[in-house]
Design a protein around this ligand. Structure first.
Ligand SMILES: NC(=O)c1ccc[n+]([C@@H]2O[C@H](COP(=O)([O-])OP(=O)(O)OC[C@H]3O[C@@H](n4cnc5c(N)ncnc54)[C@H](OP(=O)(O)O)[C@@H]3O)[C@@H](O)[C@H]2O)c1
Length: 352
């Protein structure tokens, strides 16, 4: 069986590399670009680090998209802003392959323009993988990866087939689940990202400097979640709890507990012990820091898009998008002051 990974950066290289390592009957091909790909090609191998230590896995790598021809599965793991260019370039070579998107944004409608619904599997992962140096990726946090059909499409053999393939790498805490309402789980995680992205505007620690900060939580955090939930209801999106860590319900519970003065001090103290040492780092923050384009239009922008289709508005998420674009265009890669974020997002609530 041939498996290609289109856009093998952090996530794609880890999943593709592990698949190759654990399955001698698979031919895995990474489609990369830049220094990461050049290093893999020179070595003929990729380094995977994680709880297992560091292992070098022999693997094929190319920059030539036509090499994906005859694949049984094509994993799509580009950042969402690269989806259209990647799938358009890949389309002539897709043949009968099943496409498996593992991305944070909601790219279903875009991908359905190029791929038949019964060949499209949409997924999200709650793992965390970092590209440490070119040619080396590291599993920072294990977790669940959920696969399901594209929006408005039925569950089918294509979803279970892709999930069973990934279950070959149930190792080191990685878990895989097929679910008919994976879309509801993806919006669940998207809401956490939409909230987290607001903390990136001021380069603040999401837990200790934002959720534990009373004004930020009341004026920024809770209104973002409320806006997302209002939009999902209008668009008839049924949220699905995500088993494990990335769960909106847990985050809402934490925010409610932080409103209670008797608990606030203890929770904030506990949070500082954990999250000041190991902050949650959103890819948006890293992209801004490195002067790269971000996924914001596919996260907060997705809420705005969904609101429009449902005949409503999402002004807070829209303002977050505008503010991210302002940061993207700053030549010095600086961020807003936290109070400025609070003021600007509060102003949007007065507009409503
Ligand atoms: N990393 C994580 O821990 C994590 C966790 C959960 C979800 N996610 C989601 O998973 C998706 C992938 O994230 P990631 O962190 O793996 O991103 P990434 O490291 O940036 O990997 C994407 C790779 O695709 C390459 N690429 C883009 N367009 C291409 C094309 N047309 N042909 C070939 N290569 C192409 C990029 O090259 P350039 O760098 O040159 O653009 C990059 O190397 C995103 O939606 C992200 O939000 C990531």
């Amino acid at each position: 069986m041939k498996v290609s990974v289109l856009g093998a950066g952090a996530i794609g290289s880890m999943f593709g590399g592990l698949l190759q390592q654990h399955s001698s009957d698979l031919e895995v091909l990474l489609v990369t670009r830049g220094e990461h790909g050049e290093t893999i090609s020179q070595r003929g191998a990729i380094d995977l680090t994680g709880p297992w230590g560091k292992q070098s896995v022999a693997i094929q790598n190319t920059q030539d998209i036509s090499a994906i021809g005859d694949s049984d599965y094509v994993f799509l793991t580009v950042k969402s802003q690269g989806t259209e260019a990647a799938i358009r370039a890949a389309q002539p070579y897709l043949g009968d392959a099943t496409i498996v998107s593992i991305q944070n944004g909601i790219n279903d409608h875009l991908l359905l323009e190029y791929v038949n619904p019964d060949h499209l599997v949409m997924g999200m992962t709650a793992t965390n993988v970092a590209l440490l140096t070119p040619g080396e990726v590291s599993l920072q946090l294990d977790g669940l990866t959920v696969l399901g059909p594209a929006a408005s499409c039925p569950m089918g053999q294509h979803v279970t087939g892709a999930t069973n393939l990934l279950k070959r790498i149930r190792t080191a805490g990685l878990k895989f689940l097929a679910h008919p309402n994976a879309l509801g789980m993806r919006y669940n995680k998207l809401t956490i990202n939409a909230l987290g992205y607001a903390s990136c505007l001021s380069a603040s620690n999401f837990i200790t400097e934002c959720l534990c900060h009373t004004t930020w939580r009341q004026v920024v955090g809770r209104p973002i979640v409320e806006e997302c939930l209002r939009v999902y209801e209008a668009a008839q999106i049924k949220l699905e709890p995500v088993p494990g860590r990335s769960n909106l319900v847990k985050l809402q519970r934490l925010m409610r507990m932080l409103e209670r003065p008797v608990l606030r001090g203890a929770i904030s103290f506990w949070a500082r012990q954990i999250y000041n040492r190991r902050p949650i780092v959103f890819s948006l923050y890293q992209d801004l820091l490195h002067g790269k384009m971000t996924e914001v239009e596919h996260i907060n922008g997705e809420v705005v898009r969904l609101a429009r289709t449902a005949g409503t508005a999402a002004p807070i998420n829209q303002e977050i998008g505008r503010m991210v674009h302002e940061l993207e265009s700053r030549p010095d890669n600086t961020f807003f002051d936290r109070q400025e974020v609070i003021n600007r997002l509060q102003a949007q609530q007065k507009v409503v």
